[in-house]
Design a protein around this ligand. Structure first.
Ligand SMILES: Cc1cc2nc3c(=O)[nH]c(=O)nc-3n(C[C@H](O)[C@H](O)[C@H](O)COP(=O)(O)OP(=O)(O)OC[C@H]3O[C@@H](n4cnc5c(N)ncnc54)[C@H](O)[C@@H]3O)c2cc1C
Length: 414
C-alpha cells in the first residue's frame, strides 16, 4: 500500500483544492457535528441548496468525475474521484441528496440501460435536476429481496404495476425511482423479476412518510396502484431483474462504505477534554482514556482497511466482497462512540436538544441514526453471511426455496 499521492495525483488535488477554496467555506472541526445521513428531514430550502451546489459543480466540470464524457462526466480515474471526495468532505456543503442517485441508480442505468435510456436520464442526474430513489424493499422482502411481491403485468407497450414498497429513502423528493418487480410468479424467485425506471410523479404512485425515532422523515412507504410504465422504461431483459438488482446492491455497499463510523473520533476526544467529572477533566480519568484509546484503535483499523479499497481502485482493481467489512465494523463503531459521547455528558446526555446538548445534540442524533445504518444496505447478519461465504469460503446457507416456482413457495400465512 502506498498512501502518498503520485505527482499527477498531487497536481490534481491542488486543482481541486483551489476550486473548492474559491467556491466553499472550510469546515470547522471534523464530522462530529454531522448526523448519519439517514435520519434527517429535508426542507424545500435544503433540497434547493443541494441542487444548486450540484449544478455549480456540474457547470465547472467537477460533478460525477468518473462518468464518461459523452454523458457530462470527465472520464476521470477512480482515484481522482476519491481525491475529489476527500477534499469536498473538508468544506461546508449542503446536505447531499444525490447519494442514491449517483451511487446506485446512475451506475445501474449505465451498466444495463440502452444508449437512448442513458441519454434520457444520466444528464439530469449529473446536473442535479433530478433526484432518484431505490424501490426495492417490501414489507415481506428485505434481506430476502428476491421474495418481493409487487407485480408487473404486460399490457401492450406498457406494464401495469401493483404492490407496495417500504423504507424508500428520499421518495418524497424523488422524480424517478428504480424498481424491481415480479413479472413471472411461475418460475423460481430470482428468475421471475424485471427491473424498471418509474416516474415518481405519475398517476397511481402514492408516497407516505415514515416518522423516525430521531424525529426525521427521510424514508417512506410507496404504494403502486395500476401504475402504467412504458416498456421503454424497462432496464435489461424481461426476467433479468435480479442481475440488474445485483449491480445496484454492489454499488450500494461500495457507496455506503464505512458509514462514516470512525469519523467523529476527533470530536469525541475534544468532548472528553471539555467535560468535567467531579471537578476533573473527563479525559484525565484512566477509564475514559481506555475507552477513547479503544475507539481510536478501531477507527484507525477502519481507516486503513478503507485504504485497501483505495489501493485496489488506484491499481485498477474492483474491490471485492471484503468491502462489506467497512459497513459492518463502521456502523457498530459509530453507534458505540455516540453512546459514549452521551455517557460523557452525564445526566444531561438524556436530553436531545440542539440548544442545550453538547455539540448541538450531535451525539444524540448519531446514537438514534446509527441503528438504521446497521440495517440499510444489508443488515449486520447478512453482511456476516457474505463475509463467511464469499471471503472465508465457509459452506453456504441452506436455501429451501431454491428452484421452487415462486407461486408454490409457502407464504406462512396459512
Ligand atoms: C435507514 C434505512 C434506509 C433504507 N433505505 C432503503 C431504500 O432507499 N430503498 C429500499 O429499497 N430499502 C431501503 N431500506 C431497507 C433495507 O434495505 C432493509 O431494511 C434491509 O434490507 C433489511 O430488511 P428488513 O428490514 O425487511 O429486515 P429482515 O430481512 O426481515 O430482517 C429481520 C432480521 O432478521 C435477520 N436476518 C434476515 N435474514 C437473515 C439470514 N439469512 N441470516 C441471518 N439473519 C438474517 C436480519 O439481520 C434482521 O436482524 C432502508 C433501511 C434503512 C434502515
Amino acid at each position: 500500500m502506498d498512501f502518498n499521492d503520485t505527482p499527477e495525483e498531487a497536481a490534481f488535488r491542488a486543482k481541486v483544492r483551489a476550486w473548492l477554496a474559491a467556491n466553499a467555506e472550510p469546515k470547522r472541526g471534523d464530522a462530529g457535528g454531522q448526523g448519519t445521513g439517514v435520519g434527517e428531514s429535508m426542507t424545500e430550502d435544503d433540497v434547493r441548496a443541494a441542487k444548486a451546489w450540484q449544478r455549480r459543480k456540474a457547470e465547472a466540470g467537477w460533478a460525477c468525475l468518473r462518468w464518461p464524457k459523452e454523458y457530462g462526466g470527465q472520464g476521470a480515474s477512480a482515484i481522482e474521484q476519491v481525491i475529489w471526495n476527500q477534499e469536498e468532505a473538508k468544506v461546508r456543503t449542503p446536505e447531499d441528496i444525490f447519494g442514491i442517485t449517483h451511487g446506485m441508480c446512475a451506475p445501474t442505468v449505465m451498466t444495463h440501460g440502452t444508449e437512448e435510456q442513458k441519454r434520457r436520464w444520466i444528464p439530469g442526474m449529473l446536473t442535479g435536476e433530478n433526484v432518484w430513489c431505490q424501490l426495492f424493499s417490501e414489507p415481506a422482502a428485505g434481506s430476502d429481496l428476491a421474495g418481493l411481491r409487487t407485480t408487473a403485468v404486460r399490457d401492450g407497450d406498457d406494464w401495469i404495476l401493483n404492490g407496495q414498497k417500504i423504507w424508500t429513502t428520499g421518495a418524497q423528493i424523488a422524480d424517478w425511482g428504480i424498481i424491481v418487480v415480479r413479472s413471472d410468479p411461475t418460475v423460481p424467485k430470482h428468475k421471475g423479476l424485471t427491473y424498471f425506471v418509474v416516474d415518481m410523479h405519475g398517476p397511481g404512485v402514492e408516497v407516505r412518510p415514515i416518522h423516525q425515532i430521531n424525529g426525521g422523515r427521510a424514508f417512506n412507504e410507496v404504494f403502486f396502484t395500476d401504475v402504467r410504465v412504458p416498456d421503454a422504461q424497462r432496464l435489461d431483459a424481461v426476467g433479468n431483474g435480479w442481475r440488474v438488482a445485483l449491480t445496484t446492491l454492489m454499488n450500494e455497499r461500495a457507496s455506503i462504505g464505512g458509514g462514516g463510523g470512525g469519523a467523529a473520533i476527533g470530536d469525541l476526544i475534544a468532548l472528553a477534554r471539555r467535560i468535567e467529572v467531579d471537578g476533573r477533566r473527563a479525559i484525565d480519568e484512566s477509564a475514559v482514556r481506555e475507552r477513547l484509546a479503544d475507539f481510536l484503535v478501531r477507527a484507525r483499523g477502519l481507516k486503513y482497511t478503507g485504504y485497501r479499497t483505495l489501493t485496489a481502485l488506484s491499481q485498477g482493481r474492483i474491490p471485492g466482497p471484503e468491502a462489506s467489512l467497512g459497513k459492518l465494523v463502521g456502523a457498530v463503531l459509530g453507534q458505540d462512540m455516540a453512546a459514549f459521547g452521551i455517557e460523557l455528558q452525564g445526566m444531561a446526555g438524556g436530553a436531545h436538544d440542539p440548544g442545550v446538548s453538547a455539540d448541538g445534540g450531535a451525539w444524540q442524533e448519531r446514537y438514534l441514526g446509527f441503528p438504521g445504518l446497521r440495517i440499510a444496505g444489508g443488515t449486520d447478519e447478512v453482511l456476516r453471511n457474505i463475509i463467511a461465504e464469499r471471503v472465508l469460503g465457509l459452506p453456504p446457507e441452506i436455501r429451501v426455496d431454491k428452484n421452487v416456482p415462486f407461486a408454490e413457495v409457502p407464504t406462512g400465512s396459512g
